[in-house]
Design a binder for this molecule. Structure first.
Ligand code: HGY
Ligand code: MN
Ligand code: MN
Length: 393
């Protein structure tokens, strides 16, 4: 089956009322996607394994020096249909086509479904690939909690997994290359009239939790001058983040916020918000975040409130293997472009030669239901991946 047909099979899994997808790690939708992946692996004659972190790995051949393909199947809340699944479906389609042609690889090839790339449930991005590469300590990861207060360990146990097996994976340590095909996020390929691109780098980025605390009080009985309202400090910080990101030419977003007690006729006591900040360089990111924190602290002093800042998930700058990316860009006659989006490939790049192929996103929209790619470009992505597999394996 081609990638478009494979993706069509996922169309109803984890669908939201807005037409988007909510497929958080280990929830019913992603459990259904894991079963789909397993069925596809068996149908393609691949040997399916799962490491102690929940990463599914489907093997064509066994042994070291493998070429790894794949991506992730989880999504952000109300995300699009392609961020992640496009890479997994394209890898399965490429393998299926090569097998149908009777082509034989010179090295083992695996298709990977990395668990929890978005970090939407436990707050840390690329949890499956970070655990598999040792980029995060398993006891720290297993202690992370979701919105309901359940730890990753409890959730894995509830899904029949033994969290004690979580940690660095041999299968990954023995691999030779990882090539991840992914939907472009942003709109660079369309104006360059290219259906497929090769990634040069991933911007450094991270997530910071901000806790703004004040004095809860009565909305009607408290004079304005007697208020210590954390909502004001939070609002000043949101505006400062945008202003500084524009000044620095970087990116800052506060897209998730919780208000306590969240009562219409009460001045809130606490606002918890999460900052997503990204920059072209690590010093740039440090300067941006330091500037936002300074503005938050100044506002807190003015408002008589407090602010506490905690880094929850940080990813340094990633420069993809220059030799591999030049080789693939020449092979595909494709342009090379950076990205502001994080990926499992960004984590694996610390361990083995890694490359990314991007498939044109006509609107640039991602992490939203309107995310799309044309069927032709999706087929062009599989064609490119087939060429890469022939070249590397
Ligand atoms: O947030 C990101 O950059 C990626 O989509 N996980
Ligand atoms: Mn994403
Ligand atoms: Mn992704």
């Amino acid at each position: 089956m081609g990638a478009n047909e494979l993706l069509a099979e996922l169309a109803d899994i984890g669908r939201t009322s807005s037409g988007g997808y909510s497929r958080l790690s280990w929830d019913p939708a992603t459990m259904e996607l894991r079963e789909w992946f397993a069925a596809q692996a068996v149908a393609a004659g691949l040997e399916l394994t799962e490491d102690g972190n929940g990463n599914q790995v489907a093997w064509w051949g066994q042994g070291s020096d493998a070429l790894l393909l794949g991506s992730h199947l989880d999504s952000v809340p109300d995300g699009g249909p392609l961020d992640g699944p496009l890479g997994v479906a394209s890898a399965l389609a490429a393998i299926g086509r090569l097998k149908a042609e009777g082509w034989k690889p010179s090295r083992p090839i695996a298709v990977v479904n990395f668990t929890d790339e978005e970090g939407a449930r436990f707050g840390v991005a690329c949890l499956g690939s970070r655990l598999a590469t040792g980029a995060i300590a398993s006891d720290h990861a297993l202690g992370l909690t979701d919105a309901a207060g359940h730890t990753l360990a409890e959730v894995m146990r509830a899904r029949g997994r033994d969290p004690r097996l979580a940690g660095p994976s041999e299968w990954l340590a023995a691999a030779k290359y990882y090539v991840e095909l992914h939907l472009e996020q942003g709109r660079w390929l369309a104006p360059h009239d290219a259906p497929v691109g090769v990634a040069s780098a991933i911007w450094p980025h991270g997530r910071w939790r901000l806790d703004f605390c004040g004095q809860g009080n009565h909305a009607g009985a408290t004079a304005m001058v007697d208020r210590y309202d954390p909502m004001l400090t939070y609002a000043a910080t949101v505006l400062a983040a945008r202003e500084l990101a524009l000044d620095f030419g970087q990116r800052a977003t506060i897209g998730r916020v919780q208000v306590e007690p969240g009562s219409t006729n009460s001045i809130p006591s606490r606002i918890t918000a999460w900052l997503d900040a990204r920059a072209e360089s690590e010093p740039g990111l440090d300067a941006l975040v330091a500037g936002i924190v300074e503005r938050a602290e100044t506002a807190a002093r003015d408002d008589g409130t407090t602010v506490d800042v905690r880094a929850e998930s940080t990813t340094g700058a990633v420069d993809f293997d220059p030799q591999l990316r030049h080789r693939l860009a020449a092979l595909l006659d494709a342009p090379v472009l950076p990205t502001g989006a994080g990926h499992d490939a960004g984590i694996l790049a610390a361990k083995l030669p890694t490359a990314m192929l991007f498939v044109r996103n006509p609107t640039g929209i991602s992490h939203a239901p309107q995310e799309s790619a044309s069927a032709e470009d999706i087929d062009a992505g599989v064609d490119a991946l087939v060429q890469v597999v022939r070249e590397l394996a």
